[in-house]
Design a protein around this ligand. Structure first.
Ligand code: SIN
Length: 287
């Protein structure tokens, strides 16, 4: 039986809370509504979900096939779940996801969706922000849209000549970064503007963690325009912000959003479980 639940937008550009739905008991009809809400709002928040790891995996599979990510040590018993963890004693270091990014955009087929489930949350701080890259694209001038529509950019998870992942992807020791997949080394070319395969809308698809420079341009030539786009893409009016609580599940679409974990909770433990859904090769306005 389908139970009534409500989708309440949290901000104009992106983000909505889904109220009154226990995802473990959701029907196909419920999931169709959730999928439409995800297309409409980019990121959805579900409170009080009480999920065991198997249940999170099961919910993730309802959106597509599980993506096992490179780089990051997974849970021993669950290779498709990673623990996003910062311990209370890990102070004055960056946090996982602490710079604006789209998850693993350096993969040839980056994850379409990410599901992040909160287990332990600081009393204060540790919120996450998302930014709509549809809204960011829509707000550009016609001339810049036309230029960016033509461009491609190089993404990599582990830039050559460094001993670790992109500087801003450096993380707390608790996350357990491991160089366990050669695919993370590669330079991958993706369109700068991505046409979303479900909505058909255009979204910016570059981020300051994994995007290095424009294809067929030098880093020096690319820098000023890329920097402008990064700053524009995270203007406050394109964002929404979540205050987590244990039991909150967030589901977001990496094809049209960037996100950022706020690193303001030194002295507290923060633990979430993350799963990802396999995506497709990003396609630009010119194919
Ligand atoms: C992530 O970037 O996947 C983690 C975000 C968060 O911890 O809020």
């Amino acid at each position: 039986m389908t139970r009534a639940f409500v989708v309440r937008p949290m901000a104009t550009a992106c983000g909505a809370e889904v109220i009154g739905l226990d995802l473990r008991r959701s029907t196909e009809v419920d999931m169709a509504t959730v999928t439409q809400a995800l297309a409409d709002h980019g990121v959805l928040f579900f409170r009080d979900q009480d999920l065991q790891p198997e249940e999170q995996l099961e919910i993730t599979r309802r959106f597509g096939s599980l993506l096992r990510v490179p780089y990051i040590k997974h849970l021993d018993e669950y290779p498709d779940i990673i623990a996003v963890l910062k311990e209370a004693d890990e102070q004055q270091i960056s946090t996982f996801g602490g710079t604006w990014h789209s998850d693993f955009s350096f993969l040839p087929m980056p994850p379409s969706l990410t599901l992040l489930y909160a287990l332990e949350i600081p009393d204060v701080g540790g919120d996450t922000l998302w930014s709509s890259q549809y809204s960011a694209y829509d707000a550009l001038s016609t001339g810049l849209k036309r230029l960016l529509d033509q461009l491609q950019a190089i993404h990599t998870g582990w830039p050559h000549g460094t001993n670790g992942p992109s500087a801003d992807a450096a993380v707390s020791r608790s996350v357990g970064m491991v160089r366990n997949d050669p695919s993370a080394d590669r330079e991958i070319v993706h369109p700068v503007v991505r046409v979303h395969p479900v909505t058909g809308r255009k979204a910016l698809f570059v981020n300051p963690v994994y995007t290095q420079y424009f294809h067929e341009m030098s880093p020096e030539e690319s820098g000023p325009l890329l920097q402008f786009v990064f700053e524009h893409a995270t203007k406050a009016e394109f964002t929404c912000r979540l205050r987590w609580a244990p039991g909150t599940l967030a589901i977001w679409d990496n094809r049209c959003l960037m996100h950022l974990a706020i690193n303001d909770y030194d002295g507290s433990r923060r633990l979430l479980h993350r799963t990802t859904v396999t995506g497709e090769r990003p396609v630009g306005p010119n194919g």
